[in-house]
Design a binder for this molecule. Structure first.
Ligand code: AMP
Ligand code: AMP
Length: 317
């Protein structure tokens, strides 16, 4: 059994972790990226392809595919859902993540505090962030201070979600839900840094929320305890709504305001790039394991443990 992924996003994290756990690996790499991944000594893993789509046509029946942020961005959730790929995690969650209504239902069911959403322009009574349907990763979003500003910018609400704009610090907390050990692990936290919404100087009223990268964050321990509870709420809600156990890494994406209220605006049911900062270990994974443990290695360790107890098929959905 091999472990494979697309050469992008968190591939260094995933492949180095799989190797550390003794797995053979496959890194599906377009030719332009080969020199880069080779420079990290990954030549023995590289499978050169013309386009990321090619993996849909290949025989990968002996490979466990670890999905990351580029799968949906470059291949699309529908084609992934309909493929025979043996994906570690939960394909069904992709559908819930992509549909704003299902997504918000799951967050509410989990007992998370979410930003208010407005159905009518005249209901708007706070600054808002306007998200166009289908836009991802902050592209195409804009903000408005009040409803008068919206009226000047848009004729109709069709195709947009209007969310209360939360002023605060963006905290992304990552988790690992282990079916082999039957426990939820808090893995780490980071701050997503966005151009140019996070820049110090701004001269326009249309900041860009496009991600540049991530900064490490170690939360106040009392606040971390709250995030642990939120993670439990999320896995329980997942079980109630989708009827399966949430397997492996996930992330709850939040903003903490000045009153220390934690607002959840998004989640990801897979490895997120924020875990790249915790190679070779996060403070919490080190406490949990007493050894270096980064997310790619944690995933491979879980696969190994599940193979040992004959439960691997439960997480390849
Ligand atoms: P890239 O290979 O950098 O073009 O990224 C592929 C996909 O992953 C895009 O949809 C990016 O928005 C997303 N992505 C890459 N890095 C990050 C990050 N640090 N945080 C959130 N999303 C990311
Ligand atoms: P998303 O596509 O939902 O991950 O959002 C992209 C970025 O938009 C986030 O990283 C935040 O910077 C910003 N954002 C999203 N929702 C809100 C909100 N309700 N209040 C303030 N900022 C937000």
């Amino acid at each position: 059994m091999k472990i494979g992924t697309l050469a992008s996003h968190s591939a260094l994290n995933i492949i180095s972790g799989a190797k550390a756990e003794g797995f053979e690996t496959e890194l599906y790499c377009t030719s332009d990226r080969v020199p880069f991944y080779r420079s990290f000594g990954m030549e023995d893993s590289i499978v050169e392809i013309d386009s990321f789509d090619d993996i849909l046509e290949m025989d990968l029946s002996d490979v466990i595919i670890i999905p990351h942020g580029s799968f949906v961005a470059y291949i699309g959730s529908e084609r992934i859902l309909n493929s025979d790929l043996r994906i570690f995690g939960n394909k069904e969650l992709l559908r819930w993540e992509e549909d704003r209504q299902l997504k918000s239902r799951l967050m509410k069911e989990a007992g998370l505090r979410v930003p208010r959403e407005f159905d009518r322009i005249d209901e708007i009574d706070s600054p808002v962030i306007v998200k166009s349907d289908g836009a991802a990763g902050g592209e195409g979003y804009f903000i408005a201070a009040n409803k008068e500003e919206i009226e000047g910018k848009l004729d109709s609400m069709e195709g947009y979600t209007f969310q209360e704009y939360i002023v605060g610090t963006k905290v992304f907390t990552t988790y690992f839900n282990s079916l082999a050990r039957n426990r939820l692990e808090v893995f780490g936290a980071d701050i997503r840094y966005e151009t140019d919404a996070d820049a110090n100087l701004r001269f326009d009223d249309k900041p860009s929320f496009v991600v540049v990268g991530n900064l490490p964050l170690v939360l106040r321990e009392s606040v971390l305890a709250q995030y642990y509870e939120m993670g439990l709420g999320f896995t329980n809600a997942f079980m109630r709504e989708i009827g399966q156990e949430l397997a492996g890494p996930f992330c709850i994406e939040t903003i903490i305001d000045k009153n220390q209220n934690i607002y959840t605006f998004e989640f990801s049911g897979r490895i997120v790039a924020g875990t790249n900062i915790w190679i070779p270990s996060s403070p919490y994974s080190f406490v949990l394991f007493g050894e270096e443990m980064w997310m790619g290695k944690r995933i491979a360790r879980e696969i190994r443990n599940l193979l040992d107890i004959g439960k691997l098929d439960d997480v390849l959905r």
